[in-house]
Every structure is written in structure tokens, then in C-alpha cells.
Unconditional design. Structure first.
Length: 218
């Protein structure tokens, strides 16, 4: 489900009825409840007494908070990473940006969006601070929801070129430059947002890869 958010398959406001999720994933409702509780804790979903769970719809203010938090922690992640990066870390980052370009070449919109977000998660993982990495994961998913709600539909928020330049600075051990490039990159993401939401009603079976040929009974 985290991936579905990152891939923009699961849109803000999507309702997540326990029994349907249990059927879609072929697991017990207890298991579904456990996962939903975790996502609620991470603010990815909202649970309302009479409506049940739905994918969170960050407000303009919450979105601004998310991006502000990223502008605070990601430059710090960049500095840490530039200091600690091994050859292996650099190779992982390079491999990741290559897969971003592959997705762009394939025009695979869902992969482009997911991989763009995951670059930031990978960088945080490699920086070696588990608390920052965990926070980054939450902020990435919240950013995806924000972009879904507020981005101009055609805007590509997170470009592989930026990620390559950031990786170059990390490889050169230049933490200040990596931090500065990241800050500029995040400012570009924020600039691409238009705070006027448009939402369409999604379909859970379709999102999770089930066809609708047998009707909506699932
Ligand atoms: Zn990015």
C-alpha cells in the first residue's frame, strides 16, 4: 500500500473498507486493521468514526509543513551521506538514477513517480541514521499525497537530472554542495504545487491489479 501511494495509484480520499482490503489482499481483517493502524500513525490514512479509513488528504497547511520538514532534514541527510558514503552507496544511487531514466524512457508514469520518491528514501537509508530514514519514508509518502492533490497534472516534480547532480556532489564528498542542491531541488518541487485540488473517484480492485470482469462482488 505504501508503494501504491508512492506510485500515485492510491489517491487521497480513497476509502479503504477493511472487508474489501481483506478480500483484495487475501488476508484477515485483523491483519488489515493492524496495517491500517500503522498507516494511521504515519498519517498516510485518516480514520473517521462513521466513515472508516481513507487515504489521507493533507491540507494546504499540512503539505507546507511536510515540505518544510523536508527542507530541514534532507540537507542534513546530504551532509551525513557525503561524509559516510562508500563506493557501494554511490553505486546504489547511480543504479537508482539509471532506473529513473529507464522509467522516463518507457514513459512509465507510475514508476517514474515511485522511483523519484524512493531516491530520497534510499539516500536517507544510506546516510545511516535510522530515525532520519524512518522520518524520510513518512515524509516521502506525505509528499506524494500532496503532489497528487496539488500538483499541476502534467508537472514532473522530481527530475532524475537533479538526482544525478546530487549524487555527483555526494561522490565528491562535498556535503555543502549536496545539501544546497537538495534544498534547491525541494524548492522546485514546492514551486510545482498549485493549491487547487482536483480528485476523481478511484477503484480499489483496479488499483491492486484485480480486473472487474466478475463484477464488483470482491
Ligand atoms: Zn527528488
Amino acid at each position: 500500500m505504501y508503494e501504491s501511494v508512492l506510485e500515485h495509484r492510491l489517491r487521497p480520499g480513497t476509502r479503504l473498507p477493511e472487508e474489501r482490503l481483506a478480500a483484495v489482499f487475501g488476508v484477515s481483517r485483523a491483519k488489515v486493521r493492524k496495517v491500517l493502524a500503522r498507516f494511521e500513525h504515519e498519517q498516510l490514512i485518516e480514520v473517521q468514526p462513521n466513515r472508516g479509513a481513507q487515504v489521507a488528504e493533507p491540507t494546504v497547511e499540512q503539505s507546507a509543513d511536510t515540505l518544510e520538514a523536508r527542507r530541514v532534514i534532507e540537507p542534513a541527510i546530504m551532509r551525513a551521506l557525503a561524509e559516510r558514503a562508500t563506493q557501494e552507496s554511490i553505486e546504489l544511487l547511480r543504479k537508482h538514477t539509471e532506473s529513473e531514466y529507464d522509467a522516463v524512457a518507457r514513459r512509465d508514469k507510475h514508476s517514474i513517480i515511485r522511483l523519484a520518491g524512493e531516491f530520497h528514501n534510499l539516500a536517507a537509508d544510506l546516510a545511516g541514521n535510522s530515525a532520519l530514514a524512518r522520518t524520510m519514508r513518512e515524509l516521502s509518502a506525505l509528499t506524494c499525497l500532496t503532489i497528487l492533490l496539488y500538483n499541476a497534472p502534467t508537472a514532473a516534480a522530481c527530475l532524475p537530472d537533479d538526482h544525478v547532480h546530487i549524487t555527483d556532489a555526494i561522490e565528491a564528498g562535498d556535503g555543502s554542495r549536496a545539501a544546497e542542491l537538495m534544498l534547491r531541488h525541494l524548492e522546485e518541487v514546492e514551486k510545482s504545487l498549485v493549491f487547487a485540488p482536483t480528485i476523481e473517484e478511484p477503484d480499489l480492485e483496479e488499483i491492486f491489479g484485480l480486473t472487474k470482469t466478475h463484477g464488483k462482488g470482491a
